[in-house]
Design a protein around this ligand. Structure first.
Ligand SMILES: *Cc1c(COP(=O)(O)O)cnc(C)c1O
Length: 364
């Protein structure tokens, strides 16, 4: 593959030989005529395969260095596809406590129904201690949301594979521009493409990439059977967003660094969590009672529940993304009531720093 910037910018181009369309067409047709008995153009019915979706699926497959790619109706649908497509009733999953709140809610719900069993870990050591022949799958996020803890994918994959468990990594925060988990031993990568990949807070989408025929065919069967595929217009919007991903990630990261440099000098901030990569910055407000006033005072940052778009957002995990996680569990990994999460956008970095500084001055 050429460099990632080139691949991204060209994604889906020259797919239509007949017209020479530079950009990929949106194929809305759900049904495709058969040339004859037992013959197919490769397309029969849109749940099974759609030309626009194929381009996006080929894109995520190559971006993540996988053998198969899938596009789903949301990030949660991608996670559900992988869990239900690869596990049997009663199977045991080892995962992290510090997870996207919706993932935790889903895991908790299927466990309550008796479908699968989960062990929640706070560290790489706990993951290692939880691994045994009974474990079928390890599901991690790195970095974690919102505490920004990084995990060594290769080390976890080596240990998981030694007991015959598969490794699934949620790569939503770093994207394939910054991290390619399949190259570090993971078997499956999932994305909420709603975030950085689509990048404009205008499409809900999930993507999956995986290695090996057994996993790929199991997921293809599951997606065609259950049907949570991504619609062609949303596939096109995601392809359109991906074209600028590398450029956007650079700007997200340099703006995040400028904000971190400022937050570290801000006396009203007691802790800053940033890995040095990407656009997500979490910090702890020294005085929790001032958070509401502070949220009212930011003008460029929007108080909203998402991340990864071109515009800067601020989230309060306690009442938003992580509201379904019991308090005593949250506190165990540092997600206390002072934690605020920034999704740093691609605006001018100094404007963003000024916006935050003004808001702190307002509550000082
Ligand atoms: C948002 C998010 C999800 C869920 O994706 P949706 O597209 O909202 O369904 C999963 N994992 C992470 C890390 C997320 O940020």
């Amino acid at each position: 593959m050429e460099h990632i910037e080139t691949y991204l910018a060209q994604l889906g181009n020259r797919s239509d030989q007949r017209t020479g369309a530079v950009n990929t067409p949106i194929y809305l047709s759900t049904a495709y005529a058969h040339p004859g008995l037992g013959e197919s153009t490769g397309f029969d019915y849109s749940r099974t395969a759609n030309p626009t979706r194929n381009i996006l699926q080929e894109g995520i497959k190559n971006l993540e260095a996988g053998d198969y790619g899938f596009a789903t109706s949301s990030g949660m649908a991608a996670i559900q596809l992988v869990i239900e497509g690869l596990l049997e009733a009663g199977d045991h999953v080892v995962t992290l406590q510090d997870l996207y709140g919706g993932t935790y809610r889903y895991f908790h719900a299927v466990e309550e129904r008796g479908q699968y069993r989960f062990t929640y870990c706070l560290s790489a050591e706990e993951i290692e201690q939880s691994l045994n022949d009974d474990v079928k799958l390890v599901f991690i996020e790195t970095p974690t949301n919102p505490m920004m803890t990084e995990f060594d994918i290769q080390a976890i994959a080596d240990k998981a594979h030694a007991v015959g468990a598969l490794v699934v990594v949620d790569n939503t925060f770093y994207t394939p521009v910054l991290q390619q988990p399949l190259r570090q031993g993971a078997d499956v990568v999932v994305h909420s493409a709603t975030k950085y990949l689509a990048g404009h807070n205008d499409v809900l989408a999930g993507l999956v990439a995986c290695r090996g025929e057994a996993i790929g065919e199991a997921l293809a069967f599951q997606l065609n059977t259950t049907g949570a595929t991504l619609g062609p217009i949303d596939c096109w919007l995601t392809i359109r967003g991906l074209k600028t991903l590398a450029l956007r990630m650079n700007q997200h990261q340099s703006n995040a660094q400028a904000i971190v440099d400022y937050l570290k000098t801000e006396s009203l901030v007691s802790q800053v969590f940033y890995t040095g990569k990407g656009g997500m910055v979490t910090f702890e407000m020294a005085d929790q009672s001032k958070i509401n006033d502070w949220l009212h005072a930011v003008k460029i940052f929007t108080f909203a529940e998402s991340l990864g778009g071109v515009e800067s957002l601020v989230t309060y995990p306690k009442t938003q993304t992580h509201a379904d996680i019991p308090e005593e569990l949250r506190l165990k990994y540092g997600l206390n009531d002072g934690i605020v999460r920034l999704s740093v956008g691609i605006e001018n970095g100094q404007d963003l720093v000024k916006d935050l500084r003004n808001a702190f001055d307002h509550i000082r």
